[in-house]
Every structure is written in structure tokens, then in C-alpha cells.
Write a protein that binds this ligand. Structure first.
Ligand SMILES: Cc1ncc(COP(=O)(O)O)c(C=O)c1O
Length: 382
């Protein structure tokens, strides 16, 4: 079909959405499929947005976004030991637009882009739409980077860009201090451009937080993508951001400008108030996610799943190898018979096969009911 771009044709709709569409056909099923926190957006964000409407702050903002928000982001990132000035930050329509803008600014047809396997599906699809070639690096069983595999891949494939994704969707893994140092050395040696997607940084359950953007001497090579969808439970308000050195930012801004002009003004004021006044709400949500994480981890273990303790984000990615089924078949059966929906690991790449992704961005009640159903289903089948 010549009327459609070959690049676009090469991409399928996301496996998460595909499965979600099946779930809708079972109205009595409990869905643990989406990365949408069940909390209401903090009250102060709502009030700020209502006020912004009443104050008629409804016009275009500057392309990069309101200075107030960019300054607050710059301050917020300093808390993670990451230094980007307000002029190195562009506010985008969610992390999604940030990712597409960055890829579009970097990729020439045929460029090799290195992405983790398993990973959030948008990386592969964006790269394919833009005519780049995907190269993957494997994660180990604990979902940390397999550095032997990575070094070989860097030598053999010589990719231009590497995507990092910690805390991780779908695995819940975070970057360790040791791995951060190893990455620093590799990025420096190979002069890699790195896109680091840290949209779950506010949901880090460990004491310390690590990112290669913390190393000031390679920071010019690191493009940081993040946002507020998960942090303030404001997925529908669509505010993300990208941080990059001027040499990248000038080009990213062109894509952003011709694509969307600017992010929604009202939501930008909401995110600004979030950073100024809602960090206690973030701490509260984080503490609830840790409670749910602990519950679901222990419960799944007791049911015979092998899994790693998630250390960030709100997903758990257990192995289903003890159940002798492919992930798609396992999820279809669980949906039809137990009326619980989770996402097949295959939606996240070849190395996701043999796993399922369970989102625990759902209430404890829902988690307990669905775990009870899974328990009964396992008891009657295995
Ligand atoms: C790893 C990762 N990056 C980016 C995004 C996109 O976020 P947003 O909803 O802000 O566009 C998501 C959303 O699920 C995600 O999981």
C-alpha cells in the first residue's frame, strides 16, 4: 500500500493497548493493565488550574513553556544532583511527546538506536516511524544491564544513540550506583548520545537515586526525558519535559515547535503548583505504592511466581515459567477464566516473553480481590 508510509506500516499498535481492548470485552474483569495511578490529582493542582483559567492564562505560552515551571524543574532536579538550567528545559505534552521530539531531532534514516529488551514499547515504535534501526541490549534476570552483552553490542553495532529507562516500566528495576558508574565509563569511551527516560524518578523506593545525568562531565551527551503524569497522578493533563544541552535543545525545539507549538498552558500552571506545593502528596502516593508493592510481591511469591522485588515505578514483572505457557496464552486464560487482566510480557520485547506485567497503580482492595481470584485459578488448574 503505497499511500501509507512504510515506516508507519512497520509499527503495530502497542501490545498494552491491544490487550486492554480485549479486557473491555469482559466488563466484570478486574484490570491491572494500565500505568495510571488511582489517586486524584492533588487539590492544590486543581485549584491552581481553575485559577489559571479564571485569570485567562489560556493563550500560547513560549515554545519552551512557562519560565516559572522550567525554573522549578531545574530546582527539583538539583535534589537528584542533576543540573540543567531553565534554558536547557522544554515543557512537552507528556513524556510521550518528549520522546518523539528527541528521536526526531536525532535520527537520520538507518541510524542505529540501542534500546533495552524488555522495554516500554514506545521507544521501538518511535524509532521505526522515524526510519531508524533498532538494536537491543539485554537485561539480566534481575533486569539490571548485562554489561558483557552491552559492550559486545557497542563494539559490533556502533549505535549512535542509547536509550536508558530506569526506574523501569515494565520491570520495576532501578539503576544501581555501580551500574551508573559503569555506564558513565561506557558513555564517555564510546561518545554515546544517551536518552534517559526517568519519568518514574519520583517513584524510587531506594535510599539513593542514580542517573548518568548526575555526571557533569558527560551531561552534554545525556538527554533527560521526564514528566508529571505519574508523579502527580495527572496522566490526562499531559505535561512532560526534556532536558538537554543547547546543541541538542535547539534542534529538539524545532520539532516541538512545528509539532505542538507549546504544552497546554493551564496544565503547565498545574504542574508548577505541584512542584511548589504538592511534594507531600507525592510522598504519600509513594508510601502507598510501597505498601502495595510489598503486598503483591509477597502474595505472588506465595502463589509460586518467581519475581524480583520492584524498587521503583508501580509495576511487577513476574516470571511465569512455572506455568508452562506463553505470556499471551497465560494472560488470555487468566482474563477469560479468572477475570483478571494483566499484560503479556511479550508486549515489551522478546526478552519480556515468559513474564507478565502487573500494574499496582490500583487500590489495595482491587489488588486483594484480584490476587484472590488468581489464587483460586491457580489452585484449580495447576
Ligand atoms: C517509561 C515511560 N516513558 C514515558 C511514558 C509516557 O508518559 P506520558 O503519559 O507523560 O506521555 C510512559 C507512560 O506510561 C512510560 O511508562
Amino acid at each position: 500500500m503505497n499511500s501509507i508510509s512504510r515506516n508507519v506500516q512497520s509499527v503495530e499498535i502497542s501490545g498494552i493497548r491491544k490487550f486492554y481492548n480485549k479486557v473491555i470485552q469482559y466488563p466484570d474483569a478486574i484490570s491491572l493493565t494500565l500505568g495510571q495511578p488511582d489517586f486524584n490529582v492533588p487539590g492544590k493542582i486543581k485549584t491552581a488550574m481553575i485559577k489559571a483559567i479564571e485569570d485567562n492564562k489560556t493563550t500560547y505560552t513560549s515554545n519552551a513553556g512557562i519560565i516559572e515551571l522550567r525554573e522549578e524543574i531545574s530546582k527539583y532536579l538539583k535534589g537528584f544532583h542533576i543540573n540543567y538550567s531553565k534554558d536547557e528545559i522544554c515543557i512537552t505534552i507528556g513524556g510521550s511527546e518528549a520522546l518523539m521530539d528527541v528521536f526526531a531531532a536525532l535520527i537520520n534514516s538507518g541510524d542505529k538506536i540501542l534500546i533495552p529488551n524488555p522495554a516500554y514499547p514506545a521507544y521501538e515504535s518511535c524509532v521505526k516511524i522515524l526510519g531508524g534501526n533498532i538494536v537491543t541490549y539485554n537485561l539480566k534476570d534481575d533486569f539490571s544491564i548485562d554489561f558483557d552483552n552491552l559492550k559486545r553490542t557497542l563494539e559490533n553495532e556502533k549505535p549512535k544513540v542509547m536509550v536508558l529507562s530506569y526506574p523501569s516500566n515494565p520491570t520495576g528495576a532501578v539503576l544501581s550506583g555501580d551500574d551508573n558508574r559503569k555506564l558513565y565509563n561506557l558513555i564517555k569511551k564510546n561518545k554515546l548520545i544517551v536518552i534517559s527516560d526517568e519519568i518514574y524518578a519520583s517513584l524510587n523506593f531506594e535510599k539513593d537515586y542514580f542517573s548518568p545525568a548526575q555526571y557533569n562531565d558527560i551531561k552534554d551527551h545525556i538527554i533527560l526525558v521526564s514528566g508529571f503524569s505519574k508523579m502527580f497522578s495527572m496522566t490526562g493533563l499531559r505535561i512532560g519535559y526534556v532536558c538537554a544541552h543547547k546543541s541538542f535543545m535547539d534542534e529538539i525545539m524545532k520539532v516541538h515547535q512545528y509539532n505542538v507549538s507549546c504544552a497546554p498552558s493551564i496544565s503547565q500552571w498545574g504542574a508548577y503548583t505541584g512542584l511548589k506545593s504538592c511534594m507531600k502528596d507525592v510522598d504519600y502516593m509513594c508510601s502507598k505504592f510501597i505498601e502495595r508493592r510489598d503486598y503483591i510481591y509477597n502474595k505472588l511469591k506465595s502463589l509460586g511466581f518467581e519475581l524480583n522485588l520492584p524498587r521503583g515505578a508501580f509495576y511487577v514483572f513476574p516470571s511465569i515459567k512455572n506455568f508452562n505457557m506463553k505470556s499471551e496464552e497465560f494472560c488470555e486464560k487468566l482474563l477469560k477464566e479468572a477475570k483478571v487482566a494483566v499484560v503479556p510480557g511479550s508486549a515489551f520485547g522478546t526478552k519480556g516473553e515468559g513474564h507478565i506485567r502487573i500494574s499496582y497503580a490500583y487500590s489495595m482492595d482491587k489488588l486483594k480481590t484480584s490476587m484472590g481470584k488468581i489464587e483460586d485459578w491457580i489452585a484449580s488448574h495447576f
